[in-house]
Unconditional design. Structure first.
Lengths: 467, 252
């Protein structure tokens, strides 16, 4: 039956908008558990006559009822699937409503949303219809229509279908801003158990190739900077803003992957060790974590009532420390169990285990050390470094700089501060800090005090990353 | 008593201030001649070129802003803070710019000084709101390749918001209507400008537009993960004041 559908899909049939609405309802619902929807980390100018552009920091266009940012039209091309992964609602053995777009339908829908400023672009994933190559070809056909027929220069994130021919993955990478190959499960054993149709090789193979191609095609100078302020262009003419129209680049936004948390027994340290090596060895831009939501009753899976949201949140915080704060996984878990702390964010967890590092002297410590102080984010640390150039800072000055002292005061030394008198005894500190720690009921935005700072790319990434 | 009067534009304000700044002194008061002078607060730019001067007119005007000691960053802060339309923003800016001259280019490091802090805070407010509207602004199609959006912003973001859409939608004609200030940015495929516009006489939505809106609402509803419903967080991210001009309906 899937094959018959497949024949129809491949045609250029165009349903009425009511029919499209039905597909959209089914295929966006099917995509909603995929969390990697950030549109950040790429930038693309608009060649003359094209539609749209990509801004480096990404933009949120709305927020759904679950509080997560909507940036891209996130859909599956189809939720038909010939595979039977235990954790997935679209698996072959589930009896659910199925649908498939045609390439032109989806391309037109994307354009109609984009022109109205509903979205930054398209996030396209898919179940496997017929076979991996056939599926990849359909996705490519849709994206080709967008780029070539509609002159679309907005953001496109494509899923590289595991098992698809390398040539197809290459074509996809020439068209997309970002590619992702989802790992889903953090170890080979779990993969064998829960996703028997997928092999480690079918996942790491494409990842490696994508990495090598992007090294080959993206000259280092043209590679994305993480930091770029897109404020007004006052008094400047910045010719570097637009990239040349023809660019021999390959996924300028890099690649990402997703891990499902809580469907398999790996602990936090194992998961983060995997992420760390993906960042280093595969040069991934992002690893996304998705709290496992149980919709299949399957004896191989834990029967969780509610998704482990707090754990997901802590993992994102720790991941953040790896990417921006120069922490290593070994450092994070040194002197403690391989689990993140439920009560505190991982930075406080680390600080409590390393009293010898504190207090940090506000006027002397280097930037890196300031970053290790709980409560100090990028923005606060940068402000401190900037402000102390023109005079010594005392404790009141810190408040004026907008530094939130609630946590930081226990770890900082500045004229007028009393951090020394506490003796930094970890047990007492823990109690003190618990008193100021708000209960985590919902995904907070990371380092909230930094949110409105003048470093929009970090701020946006925090938002886009759905903290 | 020395009172400066200016025409309501940033350019006008700076032109009037410069003689004072050069003598290292401040006027006693600064008065706006009229509430707002959009025609002078406009950056007219060719699509695709980003050589937009701070407040207006053309590149020639940029000469005015070449004052040794006042860096580009400082001007940018001043321009953004000006758009906050905060009460007495003019005198605050004058104090900030005077301090900038004294500190010879390092003024923005004096973040513990109230004169600097308040300007930074206001500039940030404008920059954050601009960024919000980059995402939350909604166009509706009201004619052949013609789109309309209305906003009601706390700060006067239009002059810094419009260039973003010029770059993004260079091939569409569009109007962004600031209902609160009764002005609109209009882009005609070549240039954009800000005009006064009280109310919008927008034709009823055509069927294609209605379909697009339905599809968007449909996507918006079904993308939310029911197991993680969090309307409080949603509302924090899109404060209610912005709901009026959205197509989708949050809070459900
Ligand atoms: S291949 Fe993808 S869509 Fe198919 S069952 Fe596995 S996870 Fe689900």
């Amino acid at each position: 039956m899937a094959n018959e559908i497949a024949e129809n899909v491949a045609g250029h049939g165009h349903g009425s908008w009511v029919a499209v609405a039905d597909k959209l309802r089914i295929l966006s619902a099917a995509a909603r558990y995929d969390v990697s929807c950030a549109s950040s980390g790429s930038s693309r100018g608009s060649p003359a006559g094209s539609l749209g552009n990509v801004v480096p920091g990404g933009i949120c266009h709305s927020w759904a009822a679950d509080g997560r940012c909507i940036s891209l039209l996130k859909v599956l091309f189809t939720n038909f699937c010939v595979y039977d992964c235990a954790y997935c609602m679209n698996r072959r053995s589930n009896d659910i409503e199925r649908a498939a777009f045609s390439p032109s339908e989806l391309a037109d829908l994307t354009i109609s949303f984009y022109k109205r400023n509903y979205i930054e672009g398209l996030f396209l994933s898919s179940g496997i219809i017929k076979n991996p190559d056939y599926t990849m070809e359909l996705l490519i056909r849709c994206v080709k229509l967008l780029r070539e027929n509609h002159g679309f220069a907005g953001y496109i994130h494509l899923k590289a279908i595991p098992g698809a021919d390398p040539d197809l993955i290459f074509q996809a990478g020439k068209l997309a801003d970002r590619l992702s190959v989802n790992l889903e499960l953090p170890s080979q054993q779990s993969l064998n158990l829960l996703a028997p149709d997928k092999s480690k090789a079918s996942i790491f193979g494409p990842m490696q190739r994508i990495r090598d191609w992007s090294l080959e095609y993206n000259p280092p100078a043209g590679r994305q900077r993480l930091v770029s302020y897109s404020g007004i262009t006052a008094l400047t003419s910045s010719p570097a803003r637009h990239q040349p129209a023809t660019r021999p680049v390959f996924v300028p936004g890099g690649q990402s992957t997703q891990l499902i948390i809580g469907a398999s027994p790996e602990d936090d340290r194992q998961i983060l060790t995997l992420s760390e090596s993906l960042y280093k060895k595969m040069q991934l831009k992002r690893v996304y974590y998705s709290a496992y939501v149980s919709y299949n009753h399957d004896s191989r899976l834990p029967d969780t009532q509610s998704p482990p949201l707090l754990r997901e949140h802590r993992l994102y915080q720790a991941d953040w420390l790896l990417r921006f704060y120069h922490f290593s996984v070994d450092e994070l878990f040194e002197n403690g169990p391989p689990l993140l702390d439920n009560d505190f964010d991982p930075k406080i967890m680390w600080a409590l285990r390393h009293p010898e590092f504190f207090p940090v002297d506000v006027n002397r410590a280097d930037f890196e050390s300031l970053l290790r102080v709980p409560g100090l984010g990028m923005i606060s640390a940068r402000r401190i470094v900037q402000a102390r150039r023109v005079g010594r800072l005392n404790i009141e000055d810190l408040a004026k700089l907008g530094v939130v002292m609630k946590r930081a005061r226990y770890f900082l030394a500045a004229p007028g501060s009393d951090s020394g008198s506490l003796g930094l005894d970890p047990t007492r500190l823990r109690q003190r800090l618990l008193a100021v720690e708000p209960p985590v009921l919902k995904p907070k935005q990371l380092t909230f005090e930094d949110m409105t700072g003048f470093q929009p790319e970090i701020f946006k990434d925090a938002v886009m990353g759905q903290f | 008593m020395q009172i400066i009067r200016y025409d309501g534009s940033f350019y006008g304000l700076i032109s009037a201030l410069v003689p004072f700044l050069k003598q290292h002194r401040l006027p006693d008061a600064i008065e706006r001649e009229n509430e707002r002078q959009p025609s002078l607060a406009v950056a007219e730019a060719e699509p695709q070129t980003t050589a937009v001067s701070v407040a207006g007119g053309n590149l020639h005007d940029a000469e005015l802003f070449r004052i040794p000691g006042i860096s580009r960053e400082t001007w940018q802060n001043a321009w953004y803070a000006f758009l906050s339309e905060e009460k007495n923003i003019e005198l605050r800016l004058a104090r900030y710019l005077l301090l900038a001259l004294e500190k010879r280019g390092t003024v923005d490091a004096y973040q513990t000084d109230e004169r600097v802090r308040s300007i930074h805070r206001l500039a940030r407010q404008v920059s954050v709101e601009r960024h919000r509207f980059m995402g939350l602004l909604r166009f509706r199609s009201i004619g052949a390749n013609l789109y309309y959006a209305s906003i009601s912003s706390d700060t006067f973001v239009l002059p810094v918001l419009a260039p973003f859409f010029v770059r993004r939608f260079a091939g569409q004609q569009w109007i962004i209507h600031d209902r609160r200030r009764e002005v609109a940015a209009v882009y005609n495929l070549k240039t954009w400008t800000i005009i006064e516009r009280k109310s919008a006489d927008i034709p009823p939505d055509a069927s294609e537009e209605i379909a697009a809106q339905h599809l968007w609402q449909c996507f918006f509803d079904s993308i939310a993960v029911r197991e993680r419903l969090n309307l409080a967080l949603q509302q924090k991210c899109i404060p209610k004041k912005y709901w009026h001009d959205l197509i989708e309906k949050p809070g459900r």
